[in-house]
Design a protein around this ligand. Structure first.
Ligand SMILES: CC(C)(COP(=O)(O)OP(=O)(O)OC[C@H]1O[C@@H](n2cnc3c(N)ncnc32)[C@H](O)[C@@H]1OP(=O)(O)O)[C@@H](O)C(=O)NCCC(=O)NCCS
Length: 119
């Protein structure tokens, strides 16, 4: 899991996030990890090596994660039998870092529905 990822607000927009994502993918690949998952904007991470995890056969750890935000980067040791539900370690649940809650979840899901219907 890569997320949650953040860059200090006064340093955002200068390539730090892009460099962190690239370094994480390189380090995970070097360690033999088959894939890196995250929750985040497909517009941001889609241009940095990630794509829809659901489309590749993975199930979200929680429906509080909007489907387009559930993403994965497959690495060189990934094999096609590796599908199924992503299970978060306990720390994600105890620190409340899984997905979104209303009203933010409702707002994002409305945006997704609107984009799907061309609205
Ligand atoms: C998202 C974040 C990690 C990106 O780091 P960064 O150092 O600002 O990003 P970079 O400078 O490498 O890239 C800038 C690009 O990201 C885009 N971007 C920044 N925040 C974004 C967001 N929340 N959603 C989508 N795109 C975003 C910028 O528009 C810019 O786009 P461009 O490449 O087309 O110009 C950082 O902005 C951040 O900490 N945001 C708050 C926390 C957050 O939303 N984290 C994501 C959840 S895991």
């Amino acid at each position: 899991m890569l997320s949650p990822l953040s860059v200090r607000p006064d340093l955002q927009g200068h390539g730090v996030g892009t460099a962190l994502v690239a370094a994480a993918l390189e380090t995970a690949g070097d360690r033999g990890a088959p894939a890196v998952f995250l929750e985040g904007s497909p517009y941001y991470y889609g241009r940095r090596g990630f794509s829809s995890a659901s489309a590749l056969g993975f199930d979200r750890p929680s429906t509080r994660i909007p489907d387009p935000g559930f993403q994965v980067a497959l690495l060189s040791s990934y094999q096609p039998w590796m599908v199924g539900r992503l299970i978060y370690p306990e720390a994600f649940w105890t620190t409340g870092t899984v997905g979104l809650r209303d009203p933010e979840l409702e707002r994002v899901e409305a945006q997704i529905a609107s984009a799907r219907t061309g609205g």
